[in-house]
Design a protein around this ligand. Sequence first.
Ligand code: FES
Length: 594
Amino acid sequence: MSAKFERAGTIEELKSKRRLILRGAHRPILVVEDQGRIFALDNRCPHMGFPLDRGSIEDGILTCHWHHARFDLASGCTFDLWADDVPTCEVELRGNEVWIQTDFGHSNAAAYWQRRLEQGMAHNLGLVIAKAVQGQLAAGVSPIEIVRQAALFGVRNRDGWGTGMTILTALGNLLAVLPEEEIYLALFHGVRRVAADCDGAAPARQRSALSSRPGSGTLKRWLRRWAAVRHREAAERTVLTAISIGAQPAALADLFSSAETDRVYADNGHSLDFINKSFECLDLIGWQHAADLLPSVVGQMVAARGADESTEWRQPADLVALCTNASADLAAGFAAGRDRGPWFKQVELSQNLLSDDPGRIIGALQAAVSEGASLTDLGRSLCYAAALRVARFGTSNEHGDWETAHHVFTYCNAVHQVLKRINGDPEHVADFVEASRAVLHGALAIYLIRYLNVPPARLPAEGDESLDSMPSTIEEIRSALIDAFDRQHQIDAAAHLVMRHLTLGHPPESIMSALARALLREDAGFHAYQMLEAGARQFGEWGNTEPGRHILVAVARYLAAHSPTERGWLQTADIAARLSRGDQLHADEPPARC
Ligand code: FES
Protein backbone atom coordinates (compact mmCIF):
# COMPACT_ATOMS: atom_id res chain seq x y z
CA MET A 1 0.00 0.00 0.00
CA SER A 2 1.46 3.39 -0.99
CA ALA A 3 2.17 5.91 1.75
CA LYS A 4 -0.52 8.53 2.23
CA PHE A 5 0.65 12.15 1.91
CA GLU A 6 -1.36 15.25 2.72
CA ARG A 7 -0.72 18.82 1.69
CA ALA A 8 0.30 21.01 4.68
CA GLY A 9 0.60 24.34 2.85
CA THR A 10 3.08 26.31 0.82
CA ILE A 11 6.68 27.01 1.77
CA GLU A 12 5.82 30.71 1.96
CA GLU A 13 2.97 30.02 4.41
CA LEU A 14 5.25 27.95 6.61
CA LYS A 15 7.97 30.61 6.54
CA SER A 16 5.57 33.37 7.47
CA LYS A 17 3.75 31.42 10.23
CA ARG A 18 6.89 29.47 11.32
CA ARG A 19 4.74 26.41 12.13
CA LEU A 20 1.70 24.70 10.64
CA ILE A 21 -0.61 22.14 12.25
CA LEU A 22 -1.97 19.42 10.06
CA ARG A 23 -5.01 17.52 11.26
CA GLY A 24 -3.62 14.03 10.67
CA ALA A 25 -5.73 10.93 10.39
CA HIS A 26 -5.00 9.81 13.95
CA ARG A 27 -3.19 12.70 15.58
CA PRO A 28 -2.32 16.36 14.93
CA ILE A 29 0.97 16.87 13.11
CA LEU A 30 3.31 19.81 13.66
CA VAL A 31 5.20 21.09 10.62
CA VAL A 32 8.12 23.45 11.29
CA GLU A 33 10.98 25.09 9.45
CA ASP A 34 14.39 25.46 11.07
CA GLN A 35 17.66 26.53 9.47
CA GLY A 36 16.32 25.95 5.97
CA ARG A 37 14.98 22.43 6.64
CA ILE A 38 11.37 21.32 7.14
CA PHE A 39 10.33 18.77 9.76
CA ALA A 40 7.04 17.10 10.69
CA LEU A 41 6.27 15.38 13.96
CA ASP A 42 3.44 14.32 16.26
CA ASN A 43 2.24 17.53 17.87
CA ARG A 44 1.53 15.77 21.17
CA CYS A 45 4.55 15.68 23.45
CA PRO A 46 5.36 11.98 24.01
CA HIS A 47 5.71 12.69 27.72
CA MET A 48 2.21 13.86 28.64
CA GLY A 49 0.71 15.13 25.42
CA PHE A 50 1.31 18.89 25.74
CA PRO A 51 1.06 20.55 22.28
CA LEU A 52 4.57 20.85 20.92
CA ASP A 53 3.67 23.81 18.70
CA ARG A 54 3.74 25.83 21.93
CA GLY A 55 7.34 24.83 22.49
CA SER A 56 10.43 26.63 21.26
CA ILE A 57 12.97 25.70 18.60
CA GLU A 58 16.62 26.59 18.66
CA ASP A 59 19.61 25.09 16.87
CA GLY A 60 17.70 22.00 15.69
CA ILE A 61 16.31 21.29 19.18
CA LEU A 62 12.61 21.47 20.07
CA THR A 63 11.84 22.12 23.74
CA CYS A 64 8.41 21.27 25.15
CA HIS A 65 7.18 24.02 27.44
CA TRP A 66 5.43 21.72 29.89
CA HIS A 67 8.25 19.82 31.63
CA HIS A 68 10.98 21.04 29.28
CA ALA A 69 11.85 17.77 27.55
CA ARG A 70 14.09 18.39 24.54
CA PHE A 71 13.94 16.66 21.18
CA ASP A 72 16.18 16.45 18.12
CA LEU A 73 13.96 17.92 15.39
CA ALA A 74 15.44 15.74 12.65
CA SER A 75 14.86 12.37 14.29
CA GLY A 76 12.37 13.07 17.09
CA CYS A 77 14.79 11.41 19.51
CA THR A 78 14.69 12.89 22.98
CA PHE A 79 17.61 14.18 25.02
CA ASP A 80 15.53 13.47 28.15
CA LEU A 81 14.84 9.75 28.24
CA TRP A 82 11.90 9.98 30.67
CA ALA A 83 9.93 11.83 27.99
CA ASP A 84 10.34 9.23 25.21
CA ASP A 85 11.04 9.98 21.53
CA VAL A 86 8.47 11.88 19.51
CA PRO A 87 7.26 10.12 16.34
CA THR A 88 8.20 11.95 13.13
CA CYS A 89 6.85 11.69 9.61
CA GLU A 90 8.25 12.14 6.15
CA VAL A 91 8.21 15.49 4.39
CA GLU A 92 8.07 15.87 0.63
CA LEU A 93 8.40 19.13 -1.32
CA ARG A 94 6.27 19.25 -4.45
CA GLY A 95 7.12 22.50 -6.19
CA ASN A 96 6.53 25.16 -3.56
CA GLU A 97 4.14 22.96 -1.57
CA VAL A 98 4.89 20.96 1.60
CA TRP A 99 3.39 17.47 1.70
CA ILE A 100 3.46 15.25 4.79
CA GLN A 101 3.17 11.49 5.11
CA THR A 102 0.51 11.22 7.80
CA ASP A 103 0.96 7.55 8.61
CA PHE A 104 3.02 6.97 11.76
CA GLY A 105 3.07 3.20 11.43
CA HIS A 106 6.23 1.08 11.48
CA SER A 107 7.03 -1.42 8.74
CA ASN A 108 7.49 -4.13 11.40
CA ALA A 109 5.58 -2.80 14.38
CA ALA A 110 6.12 -5.89 16.55
CA ALA A 111 9.92 -5.72 16.14
CA TYR A 112 9.95 -1.95 16.66
CA TRP A 113 7.99 -2.14 19.90
CA GLN A 114 10.05 -5.08 21.13
CA ARG A 115 13.18 -2.93 20.72
CA ARG A 116 11.45 -0.09 22.55
CA LEU A 117 10.50 -2.43 25.39
CA GLU A 118 14.11 -3.48 25.77
CA GLN A 119 15.24 0.17 25.74
CA GLY A 120 12.54 1.16 28.22
CA MET A 121 13.56 -1.64 30.57
CA ALA A 122 17.26 -0.86 30.18
CA HIS A 123 16.65 2.69 31.40
CA ASN A 124 13.76 1.85 33.73
CA LEU A 125 11.38 4.24 31.96
CA GLY A 126 7.79 3.51 32.95
CA LEU A 127 6.22 5.55 30.16
CA VAL A 128 8.34 3.93 27.46
CA ILE A 129 7.58 0.48 28.87
CA ALA A 130 3.86 1.21 28.92
CA LYS A 131 3.90 2.41 25.31
CA ALA A 132 5.95 -0.57 24.19
CA VAL A 133 3.51 -2.98 25.85
CA GLN A 134 0.62 -1.14 24.20
CA GLY A 135 2.44 -1.15 20.86
CA GLN A 136 3.18 -4.86 20.97
CA LEU A 137 -0.37 -5.79 21.93
CA ALA A 138 -1.71 -3.58 19.13
CA ALA A 139 0.71 -5.29 16.72
CA GLY A 140 -0.77 -8.66 17.68
CA VAL A 141 2.08 -9.87 19.90
CA SER A 142 0.77 -12.37 22.46
CA PRO A 143 0.83 -11.34 26.13
CA ILE A 144 2.93 -14.40 26.99
CA GLU A 145 5.55 -13.34 24.43
CA ILE A 146 5.82 -10.00 26.26
CA VAL A 147 6.25 -11.90 29.55
CA ARG A 148 9.01 -13.92 27.86
CA GLN A 149 10.87 -10.80 26.71
CA ALA A 150 10.68 -9.23 30.17
CA ALA A 151 11.64 -12.42 31.99
CA LEU A 152 14.74 -12.98 29.87
CA PHE A 153 15.71 -9.33 30.31
CA GLY A 154 15.25 -9.72 34.05
CA VAL A 155 17.46 -12.77 34.53
CA ARG A 156 20.20 -11.44 32.25
CA ASN A 157 20.38 -7.97 33.72
CA ARG A 158 20.26 -8.81 37.42
CA ASP A 159 22.46 -11.16 39.35
CA GLY A 160 19.68 -13.18 40.93
CA TRP A 161 15.91 -13.52 40.97
CA GLY A 162 14.11 -10.44 42.27
CA THR A 163 10.67 -9.51 43.47
CA GLY A 164 9.98 -8.09 40.00
CA MET A 165 10.36 -11.53 38.45
CA THR A 166 7.92 -12.92 40.98
CA ILE A 167 5.41 -10.16 40.22
CA LEU A 168 5.82 -10.69 36.48
CA THR A 169 5.22 -14.41 36.88
CA ALA A 170 2.28 -13.98 39.25
CA LEU A 171 0.61 -11.59 36.82
CA GLY A 172 1.56 -13.85 33.90
CA ASN A 173 -0.24 -16.69 35.69
CA LEU A 174 -3.31 -14.50 36.03
CA LEU A 175 -3.45 -13.48 32.37
CA ALA A 176 -5.66 -16.44 31.51
CA VAL A 177 -8.36 -15.31 33.94
CA LEU A 178 -8.07 -11.57 33.39
CA PRO A 179 -10.57 -9.73 31.22
CA GLU A 180 -9.11 -8.24 28.03
CA GLU A 181 -9.00 -4.70 29.38
CA GLU A 182 -6.80 -5.66 32.34
CA ILE A 183 -4.14 -7.53 30.37
CA TYR A 184 -2.30 -4.36 29.36
CA LEU A 185 -2.18 -3.14 32.96
CA ALA A 186 -1.04 -6.52 34.26
CA LEU A 187 1.79 -6.68 31.74
CA PHE A 188 2.77 -3.09 32.40
CA HIS A 189 3.08 -3.66 36.16
CA GLY A 190 4.96 -6.93 35.72
CA VAL A 191 7.44 -5.53 33.20
CA ARG A 192 8.07 -2.25 35.01
CA ARG A 193 8.79 -4.07 38.26
CA VAL A 194 11.38 -6.28 36.54
CA ALA A 195 12.97 -3.16 35.02
CA ALA A 196 13.05 -1.45 38.42
CA ASP A 197 14.81 -4.47 39.92
CA CYS A 198 17.46 -4.39 37.20
CA ASP A 199 18.05 -0.64 37.42
CA GLY A 200 21.61 -0.19 38.66
CA ALA A 201 21.98 -3.90 39.45
CA ALA A 202 24.96 -6.03 38.52
CA PRO A 203 24.17 -8.26 35.53
CA ALA A 204 24.09 -12.05 35.81
CA ARG A 205 27.33 -13.94 35.28
CA GLN A 206 26.86 -16.90 33.02
CA ARG A 207 28.14 -20.27 34.22
CA SER A 208 28.19 -23.51 32.33
CA ALA A 209 27.23 -27.11 32.91
CA LEU A 210 29.79 -29.79 33.73
CA SER A 211 30.81 -31.78 30.69
CA SER A 212 30.16 -35.12 32.46
CA ARG A 213 26.74 -36.76 32.88
CA PRO A 214 26.26 -37.60 36.59
CA GLY A 215 23.11 -39.48 37.60
CA SER A 216 20.15 -37.72 39.25
CA GLY A 217 21.00 -39.17 42.67
CA THR A 218 24.53 -37.78 42.47
CA LEU A 219 23.31 -34.36 41.36
CA LYS A 220 20.86 -34.28 44.24
CA ARG A 221 23.58 -35.11 46.77
CA TRP A 222 25.88 -32.54 45.23
CA LEU A 223 23.34 -29.76 45.26
CA ARG A 224 22.54 -30.42 48.92
CA ARG A 225 26.25 -30.40 49.68
CA TRP A 226 26.85 -27.07 47.90
CA ALA A 227 23.79 -25.46 49.47
CA ALA A 228 24.95 -26.57 52.92
CA VAL A 229 28.36 -24.91 52.49
CA ARG A 230 26.89 -21.92 50.59
CA HIS A 231 28.94 -22.57 47.44
CA ARG A 232 26.93 -20.72 44.84
CA GLU A 233 29.08 -21.36 41.75
CA ALA A 234 29.19 -25.10 42.41
CA ALA A 235 25.44 -25.18 43.02
CA GLU A 236 24.74 -23.29 39.77
CA ARG A 237 26.94 -25.66 37.76
CA THR A 238 25.15 -28.61 39.32
CA VAL A 239 21.75 -27.21 38.34
CA LEU A 240 22.96 -26.40 34.82
CA THR A 241 24.29 -29.93 34.50
CA ALA A 242 20.91 -31.37 35.47
CA ILE A 243 19.29 -29.20 32.79
CA SER A 244 21.90 -30.14 30.18
CA ILE A 245 21.33 -33.85 30.65
CA GLY A 246 17.61 -33.38 30.12
CA ALA A 247 16.16 -33.46 33.65
CA GLN A 248 12.41 -32.94 33.43
CA PRO A 249 10.49 -30.29 35.41
CA ALA A 250 9.41 -32.78 38.10
CA ALA A 251 13.00 -33.95 38.60
CA LEU A 252 14.29 -30.38 38.72
CA ALA A 253 11.61 -29.50 41.27
CA ASP A 254 12.69 -32.42 43.41
CA LEU A 255 16.36 -31.50 42.98
CA PHE A 256 15.82 -27.94 44.21
CA SER A 257 13.36 -28.92 46.95
CA SER A 258 15.67 -31.46 48.49
CA ALA A 259 18.46 -28.89 48.91
CA GLU A 260 16.07 -26.08 49.85
CA THR A 261 14.33 -28.03 52.63
CA ASP A 262 17.59 -29.03 54.28
CA ARG A 263 17.07 -25.67 55.95
CA VAL A 264 13.83 -25.20 57.84
CA TYR A 265 11.55 -22.46 56.44
CA ALA A 266 14.57 -20.80 54.82
CA ASP A 267 14.52 -17.00 54.53
CA ASN A 268 11.02 -16.92 56.04
CA GLY A 269 9.78 -18.89 53.07
CA HIS A 270 11.01 -16.51 50.37
CA SER A 271 13.62 -18.84 48.96
CA LEU A 272 11.19 -21.67 48.16
CA ASP A 273 8.66 -19.16 46.91
CA PHE A 274 11.17 -17.79 44.39
CA ILE A 275 12.17 -21.30 43.29
CA ASN A 276 8.53 -22.14 42.66
CA LYS A 277 7.98 -18.92 40.76
CA SER A 278 10.97 -19.65 38.51
CA PHE A 279 9.33 -22.97 37.60
CA GLU A 280 6.02 -21.27 36.95
CA CYS A 281 7.72 -18.66 34.79
CA LEU A 282 9.16 -21.50 32.69
CA ASP A 283 5.68 -23.00 32.41
CA LEU A 284 4.64 -19.70 30.86
CA ILE A 285 7.57 -18.95 28.56
CA GLY A 286 8.82 -22.46 27.84
CA TRP A 287 11.25 -24.82 29.55
CA GLN A 288 13.79 -24.28 26.77
CA HIS A 289 14.76 -21.21 28.84
CA ALA A 290 15.54 -23.28 31.96
CA ALA A 291 19.29 -22.60 31.75
CA ASP A 292 18.58 -18.86 31.67
CA LEU A 293 16.13 -18.78 34.56
CA LEU A 294 16.93 -21.48 37.09
CA PRO A 295 20.45 -20.34 38.03
CA SER A 296 18.92 -17.03 39.09
CA VAL A 297 17.30 -18.59 42.19
CA VAL A 298 20.37 -20.54 43.30
CA GLY A 299 22.14 -17.61 44.97
CA GLN A 300 19.31 -16.92 47.37
CA MET A 301 18.84 -20.61 48.09
CA VAL A 302 22.43 -21.20 49.14
CA ALA A 303 22.65 -17.94 51.11
CA ALA A 304 19.32 -18.41 52.89
CA ARG A 305 19.18 -18.64 56.66
CA GLY A 306 17.13 -21.42 58.14
CA ALA A 307 14.65 -21.10 60.99
CA ASP A 308 17.06 -23.04 63.21
CA GLU A 309 18.79 -19.67 63.69
CA SER A 310 15.58 -18.09 64.88
CA THR A 311 14.58 -17.96 68.54
CA GLU A 312 10.87 -18.47 67.94
CA TRP A 313 11.54 -21.80 66.25
CA ARG A 314 13.69 -22.93 69.17
CA GLN A 315 11.87 -21.69 72.25
CA PRO A 316 9.67 -22.35 74.15
CA ALA A 317 9.16 -25.47 71.99
CA ASP A 318 11.99 -26.71 69.78
CA LEU A 319 10.07 -26.77 66.50
CA VAL A 320 13.18 -27.48 64.45
CA ALA A 321 13.80 -30.68 66.42
CA LEU A 322 10.13 -31.57 66.00
CA CYS A 323 10.48 -31.21 62.22
CA THR A 324 13.72 -33.18 62.13
CA ASN A 325 12.27 -36.08 64.12
CA ALA A 326 9.03 -36.14 62.13
CA SER A 327 10.80 -36.04 58.78
CA ALA A 328 12.73 -39.16 59.71
CA ASP A 329 9.41 -41.02 59.90
CA LEU A 330 7.85 -39.63 56.74
CA ALA A 331 9.15 -42.30 54.36
CA ALA A 332 7.67 -45.05 56.55
CA GLY A 333 4.40 -43.12 56.79
CA PHE A 334 4.07 -42.78 53.02
CA ALA A 335 4.89 -46.48 52.62
CA ALA A 336 2.16 -47.39 55.13
CA GLY A 337 -0.41 -45.23 53.37
CA ARG A 338 0.51 -46.35 49.88
CA ASP A 339 -2.33 -48.86 49.43
CA ARG A 340 -4.98 -47.06 51.47
CA GLY A 341 -6.72 -45.61 48.44
CA PRO A 342 -8.13 -42.07 47.96
CA TRP A 343 -8.08 -39.81 50.99
CA PHE A 344 -10.74 -37.15 51.51
CA LYS A 345 -10.00 -35.49 54.84
CA GLN A 346 -8.38 -32.30 53.54
CA VAL A 347 -10.70 -29.93 55.41
CA GLU A 348 -10.38 -31.89 58.66
CA LEU A 349 -6.60 -31.80 58.34
CA SER A 350 -6.70 -28.03 57.73
CA GLN A 351 -8.64 -27.56 60.96
CA ASN A 352 -6.11 -29.70 62.84
CA LEU A 353 -3.26 -27.63 61.40
CA LEU A 354 -4.75 -24.62 63.21
CA SER A 355 -4.20 -26.27 66.59
CA ASP A 356 -2.21 -24.43 69.26
CA ASP A 357 -0.25 -27.60 70.05
CA PRO A 358 2.69 -28.18 67.68
CA GLY A 359 2.93 -31.85 68.63
CA ARG A 360 -0.70 -32.35 67.70
CA ILE A 361 -0.15 -30.61 64.36
CA ILE A 362 2.73 -32.90 63.45
CA GLY A 363 0.71 -35.90 64.66
CA ALA A 364 -2.20 -34.92 62.40
CA LEU A 365 0.14 -34.76 59.40
CA GLN A 366 1.71 -38.11 60.23
CA ALA A 367 -1.73 -39.69 60.61
CA ALA A 368 -2.85 -38.25 57.26
CA VAL A 369 0.24 -39.63 55.51
CA SER A 370 -0.23 -43.10 56.94
CA GLU A 371 -3.93 -43.01 55.99
CA GLY A 372 -3.05 -42.41 52.35
CA ALA A 373 -2.86 -38.63 51.92
CA SER A 374 -0.75 -37.76 48.89
CA LEU A 375 1.78 -34.95 48.66
CA THR A 376 -0.76 -32.76 46.92
CA ASP A 377 -3.45 -33.57 49.51
CA LEU A 378 -1.09 -32.31 52.19
CA GLY A 379 -0.29 -29.18 50.21
CA ARG A 380 -3.95 -28.41 49.68
CA SER A 381 -4.80 -28.72 53.38
CA LEU A 382 -1.78 -26.64 54.28
CA CYS A 383 -2.90 -23.81 52.00
CA TYR A 384 -6.46 -23.73 53.27
CA ALA A 385 -5.22 -23.54 56.87
CA ALA A 386 -2.82 -20.72 55.95
CA ALA A 387 -5.58 -18.87 54.07
CA LEU A 388 -7.77 -19.06 57.19
CA ARG A 389 -5.05 -17.24 59.13
CA VAL A 390 -5.42 -14.35 56.65
CA ALA A 391 -9.21 -14.58 56.46
CA ARG A 392 -9.45 -14.43 60.28
CA PHE A 393 -6.67 -11.86 60.73
CA GLY A 394 -7.73 -9.68 63.66
CA THR A 395 -7.55 -6.00 62.80
CA SER A 396 -6.39 -5.22 66.34
CA ASN A 397 -2.99 -6.55 65.25
CA GLU A 398 -0.38 -4.15 63.95
CA HIS A 399 -0.94 -3.36 60.29
CA GLY A 400 2.49 -4.76 59.40
CA ASP A 401 1.39 -8.16 60.68
CA TRP A 402 -0.73 -8.61 57.56
CA GLU A 403 2.61 -9.34 55.90
CA THR A 404 3.40 -12.05 58.44
CA ALA A 405 0.14 -13.78 57.59
CA HIS A 406 0.75 -13.20 53.90
CA HIS A 407 4.23 -14.76 54.01
CA VAL A 408 2.96 -17.99 55.47
CA PHE A 409 0.09 -18.24 52.99
CA THR A 410 2.26 -17.63 49.93
CA TYR A 411 4.92 -20.00 51.25
CA CYS A 412 2.29 -22.73 51.68
CA ASN A 413 1.02 -22.05 48.17
CA ALA A 414 4.59 -22.45 46.86
CA VAL A 415 4.96 -25.72 48.78
CA HIS A 416 1.71 -26.98 47.28
CA GLN A 417 2.72 -26.05 43.73
CA VAL A 418 6.15 -27.63 44.06
CA LEU A 419 4.67 -30.83 45.51
CA LYS A 420 2.11 -30.99 42.71
CA ARG A 421 4.94 -30.68 40.22
CA ILE A 422 6.89 -33.51 41.87
CA ASN A 423 3.71 -35.56 42.24
CA GLY A 424 5.69 -38.36 43.85
CA ASP A 425 5.00 -41.93 42.94
CA PRO A 426 4.21 -43.80 46.18
CA GLU A 427 6.23 -46.71 44.83
CA HIS A 428 9.33 -44.53 44.94
CA VAL A 429 8.75 -42.68 48.16
CA ALA A 430 12.45 -42.46 49.01
CA ASP A 431 12.96 -40.33 45.89
CA PHE A 432 10.83 -37.42 47.01
CA VAL A 433 10.60 -37.64 50.76
CA GLU A 434 12.99 -34.72 51.31
CA ALA A 435 10.66 -32.33 49.48
CA SER A 436 7.74 -33.35 51.70
CA ARG A 437 9.58 -31.79 54.66
CA ALA A 438 8.29 -28.45 53.35
CA VAL A 439 4.82 -29.48 54.58
CA LEU A 440 6.13 -29.81 58.13
CA HIS A 441 7.81 -26.41 57.86
CA GLY A 442 4.66 -24.80 56.52
CA ALA A 443 2.50 -26.37 59.21
CA LEU A 444 4.70 -25.04 61.99
CA ALA A 445 4.88 -21.62 60.34
CA ILE A 446 1.07 -21.58 60.50
CA TYR A 447 1.29 -22.56 64.19
CA LEU A 448 3.71 -19.72 64.94
CA ILE A 449 1.34 -17.03 63.63
CA ARG A 450 -1.67 -18.24 65.63
CA TYR A 451 -1.60 -15.00 67.62
CA LEU A 452 -2.81 -13.16 64.49
CA ASN A 453 -6.20 -14.80 64.96
CA VAL A 454 -6.60 -13.70 68.59
CA PRO A 455 -9.32 -12.61 68.59
CA PRO A 456 -10.27 -14.03 65.19
CA ALA A 457 -12.12 -11.88 62.70
CA ARG A 458 -15.57 -13.31 62.10
CA LEU A 459 -15.94 -14.88 58.68
CA PRO A 460 -19.07 -13.95 56.73
CA ALA A 461 -21.10 -17.06 56.03
CA GLU A 462 -23.99 -18.22 53.91
CA GLY A 463 -27.26 -17.37 55.65
CA ASP A 464 -25.86 -14.39 57.55
CA GLU A 465 -28.54 -11.70 57.89
CA SER A 466 -25.87 -9.09 57.24
CA LEU A 467 -25.51 -10.41 53.68
CA ASP A 468 -29.22 -10.04 52.91
CA SER A 469 -29.14 -6.26 52.80
CA MET A 470 -26.17 -6.17 50.42
CA PRO A 471 -26.28 -5.65 46.63
CA SER A 472 -27.39 -8.72 44.74
CA THR A 473 -26.65 -8.43 41.01
CA ILE A 474 -23.19 -9.08 39.59
CA GLU A 475 -22.88 -5.47 38.48
CA GLU A 476 -24.04 -4.04 41.80
CA ILE A 477 -21.65 -6.22 43.78
CA ARG A 478 -18.73 -5.36 41.49
CA SER A 479 -19.47 -1.68 41.72
CA ALA A 480 -19.79 -1.79 45.52
CA LEU A 481 -16.54 -3.74 45.80
CA ILE A 482 -14.62 -1.33 43.58
CA ASP A 483 -16.08 1.57 45.60
CA ALA A 484 -15.00 -0.10 48.83
CA PHE A 485 -11.41 -0.19 47.56
CA ASP A 486 -11.59 3.58 47.08
CA ARG A 487 -11.75 4.01 50.83
CA GLN A 488 -9.63 2.93 53.76
CA HIS A 489 -10.71 0.43 56.41
CA GLN A 490 -13.20 -1.43 54.19
CA ILE A 491 -11.85 -4.86 55.11
CA ASP A 492 -15.09 -6.34 56.36
CA ALA A 493 -17.15 -4.73 53.60
CA ALA A 494 -14.90 -6.30 50.95
CA ALA A 495 -15.12 -9.71 52.64
CA HIS A 496 -18.91 -9.55 52.83
CA LEU A 497 -19.27 -8.52 49.18
CA VAL A 498 -17.10 -11.40 48.01
CA MET A 499 -19.07 -13.84 50.16
CA ARG A 500 -22.35 -12.34 48.93
CA HIS A 501 -21.31 -12.83 45.30
CA LEU A 502 -20.22 -16.41 45.79
CA THR A 503 -23.12 -17.54 47.95
CA LEU A 504 -25.57 -16.18 45.37
CA GLY A 505 -23.96 -18.55 42.89
CA HIS A 506 -22.66 -15.83 40.57
CA PRO A 507 -19.71 -16.85 38.38
CA PRO A 508 -16.48 -16.74 40.43
CA GLU A 509 -14.70 -15.24 37.38
CA SER A 510 -16.70 -12.02 37.85
CA ILE A 511 -15.52 -11.48 41.39
CA MET A 512 -11.95 -12.45 40.44
CA SER A 513 -12.12 -9.86 37.70
CA ALA A 514 -13.28 -7.20 40.19
CA LEU A 515 -10.48 -8.09 42.62
CA ALA A 516 -7.96 -7.94 39.77
CA ARG A 517 -9.27 -4.53 38.73
CA ALA A 518 -9.04 -3.31 42.31
CA LEU A 519 -5.41 -4.44 42.52
CA LEU A 520 -4.16 -3.39 39.09
CA ARG A 521 -5.22 0.23 39.44
CA GLU A 522 -3.19 0.60 42.65
CA ASP A 523 0.53 1.26 43.15
CA ALA A 524 0.47 -2.13 44.80
CA GLY A 525 3.25 -3.67 46.84
CA PHE A 526 4.93 -6.95 45.96
CA HIS A 527 2.82 -8.91 48.43
CA ALA A 528 -0.52 -7.80 47.02
CA TYR A 529 0.23 -9.37 43.63
CA GLN A 530 1.36 -12.55 45.34
CA MET A 531 -1.78 -12.63 47.44
CA LEU A 532 -4.16 -12.32 44.49
CA GLU A 533 -2.35 -14.92 42.45
CA ALA A 534 -1.97 -17.45 45.27
CA GLY A 535 -5.62 -16.90 46.19
CA ALA A 536 -6.75 -17.45 42.61
CA ARG A 537 -4.75 -20.66 42.43
CA GLN A 538 -6.07 -21.99 45.69
CA PHE A 539 -9.64 -21.02 44.84
CA GLY A 540 -9.11 -23.03 41.67
CA GLU A 541 -8.35 -26.05 43.87
CA TRP A 542 -11.54 -25.80 45.90
CA GLY A 543 -13.97 -24.01 43.61
CA ASN A 544 -17.06 -22.29 45.03
CA THR A 545 -17.14 -24.35 48.22
CA GLU A 546 -16.82 -23.11 51.77
CA PRO A 547 -12.99 -23.41 51.73
CA GLY A 548 -12.88 -21.72 48.31
CA ARG A 549 -15.01 -18.82 49.60
CA HIS A 550 -12.82 -18.43 52.66
CA ILE A 551 -9.76 -18.24 50.42
CA LEU A 552 -11.23 -15.41 48.35
CA VAL A 553 -12.39 -13.68 51.53
CA ALA A 554 -8.77 -13.80 52.67
CA VAL A 555 -7.66 -12.19 49.39
CA ALA A 556 -10.32 -9.48 49.58
CA ARG A 557 -9.48 -8.65 53.20
CA TYR A 558 -5.76 -8.38 52.47
CA LEU A 559 -6.24 -6.20 49.38
CA ALA A 560 -8.76 -3.96 51.13
CA ALA A 561 -6.30 -3.46 54.00
CA HIS A 562 -3.77 -2.11 51.49
CA SER A 563 -6.03 0.15 49.42
CA PRO A 564 -6.26 2.80 48.20
CA THR A 565 -2.82 4.04 47.13
CA GLU A 566 -1.73 7.05 45.07
CA ARG A 567 -2.46 5.25 41.74
CA GLY A 568 0.37 7.11 40.04
CA TRP A 569 1.27 4.16 37.81
CA LEU A 570 -2.31 3.92 36.62
CA GLN A 571 -1.96 7.49 35.41
CA THR A 572 1.25 6.62 33.54
CA ALA A 573 -0.44 3.61 31.94
CA ASP A 574 -3.43 5.73 31.00
CA ILE A 575 -1.30 8.47 29.40
CA ALA A 576 0.59 5.85 27.38
CA ALA A 577 -2.64 4.22 26.24
CA ARG A 578 -4.15 7.54 25.20
CA LEU A 579 -1.01 8.62 23.34
CA SER A 580 -0.88 5.25 21.58
CA ARG A 581 -4.50 5.49 20.54
CA GLY A 582 -3.94 9.00 19.19
CA ASP A 583 -6.28 10.55 21.75
CA GLN A 584 -6.26 14.24 22.44
CA LEU A 585 -4.67 14.90 25.83
CA HIS A 586 -5.10 18.67 26.09
CA ALA A 587 -8.47 20.32 25.56
CA ASP A 588 -7.16 23.19 23.45
CA GLU A 589 -5.16 20.95 21.13
CA PRO A 590 -6.54 20.80 17.56
CA PRO A 591 -8.41 17.51 17.26
CA ALA A 592 -7.25 14.81 14.85
CA ARG A 593 -9.61 14.00 12.03
CA CYS A 594 -11.60 10.82 12.63
S1 FES B 1 7.76 17.56 28.69
FE1 FES B 1 6.16 17.75 27.29
S2 FES B 1 4.39 17.17 28.39
FE2 FES B 1 6.01 16.90 29.79
